[in-house]
Design a protein around this ligand. Structure first.
Ligand code: CP3
Length: 341
């Protein structure tokens, strides 16, 4: 077993493992040259290129895990959603899903024929990683609903919330279809050999705790249940401070949080019954130097008395980040935590 999986399972780990969301991204010269003029979906659907992107980042940074190269939008193609991913903007959907009719026209995802390139990419990535754990992932139903209902990136998700409050039947139908998709997509990823899965509910922090309980939690819980402990589960949300106890009740093994909440606060509020992933501000990783060293030391100190820390940034690596800062960060985390054992 690996230090990363040990930490996810809250076992005593030899040192604190580290990896970064978007570690295979445009801040990395080797990714930019692999990418050329292709878009992110073309890379994700080419198992050779996708596996190269993952392995290139893992080797260059010396991190303890890779994440499959895909995008949260990709499996939605199988449901008949039409979209493109615009650079520096994000997913843009043509024909957003807003009416009961739109929802009923969404196709059921079939993991035997949909997103097959992702599973082939996993096979090739597992081979090339040669033992380094590979994290599979999916967008969570609420965050995916956000993209398909809004049609374009939006922080407030007003239209999505309007459907949720105003048309509960469509909301239930949409969340139900997305939940089935996520379950079968992750099931297939696990069968192809991913060692852990991360559920990105990136934008669900825009809901009140009571609305989270009512409109989202049952679906997320069902997904985690469907995994049945076969691999560790990581639940990510930005702005998750007010919802920590709710995320714990999804039964995810690890809560991935951003810098707006202190990691020791997460453990305290969950009575030490979860792993915690995070949570350096990506801006601090971009700035580097003494600020990065000091803030990293502070996170590690908070984590010292708890089991189950996976060091990471609170959200994805920023495009302006120098790869040498991340390499230094990996070394700091490894050295500081190894020497105290
Ligand atoms: O190493 C990795 O993390 C790469 C794999 C990966 C991508 N997207 C590829 C990608 C992962 C894990 C994602 C998840 C993803 N995609 C999320 C959840 C994580 C989060 O940020 O909260 C979300 C919300 C998306 C949707 C999306 N795709 C956005 C908001 C963007 C940013 C637009 C931009 O250009 O900055 C994308 C594009 C995207 N997906 C890129 C990558 C490497 C950057 C563009 C590119 O390389 O062409």
């Amino acid at each position: 077993m690996s230090v990363f999986i040990d930490a996810c399972r809250r076992k005593e780990a030899e040192y604190t493992p580290v990896w970064f969301m978007r570690q295979a991204g445009r801040y990395l010269p080797s990714y930019r040259s692999l990418k050329g003029s292709r878009n992110v979906l073309e890379i994700a659907k080419d198992p050779g290129l996708a596996s190269e992107a993952v392995v290139g980042a893992v080797r260059e940074l010396g991190v303890d895990a890779g994440i499959i190269f895909a995008d949260i939008m990709l499996p939605l193609e199988g449901m008949g959603v039409k979209f493109r991913i615009e650079e520096d903007v994000g997913p843009v959907v043509s024909g957003p899903i807003r009416t009961p009719d739109d929802v009923s026209q969404l196709k059921d995802f079939d993991s035997r024929s949909d997103a097959v390139e992702v599973y082939e990419g996993i096979d090739e990535t597992v081979r090339k990683l040669d033992g380094t754990p590979l994290i599979g992932f999916s967008g969570a139903p609420f965050t995916l609903a956000g993209y398909v209902v809004e049609g374009a990136p939006s922080r407030e998700l007003e239209r999505t919330k309007m459907m949720m409050y105003d048309d509960p039947d469509s909301w239930k139908a949409l969340m139900g279809k997305l939940t089935s998709m996520v379950e079968s997509y992750l099931d297939r990823q696990i069968k192809h050999g991913v060692d852990a899965v991360q559920l990105f509910d990136s934008w669900v922090g825009c809901l009140s705790p009571a609305d989270y309980d009512r409109y989202v939690l049952p679906y997320t819980r069902k997904i985690i249940e469907s995994i049945g402990g076969r691999v560790p589960t990581i639940h990510f949300c930005a702005n998750s401070g007010p919802l920590i106890e709710r995320f714990q009740s999804t039964k995810a093994d690890v809560l991935s949080v951003d810098w707006r909440v202190a990691v020791d606060d997460v453990w305290r509020r969950c009575a030490d019954r979860v792993g915690v992933q995070g949570n350096l501000d990506p801006v601090v990783a971009a700035v580097g130097g003494e600020t990065m060293r000091r803030q990293t030391g502070d996170i590690l100190q908070q984590a010292q008395i708890h089991r189950g820390h996976v060091f990471s940034l609170g959200h994805g690596v920023l495009k302006v980040t120098s790869p040498s800062n991340l390499k230094q960060l990996v070394n700091i985390v490894h050295e500081k935590t190894r020497s105290r054992k």
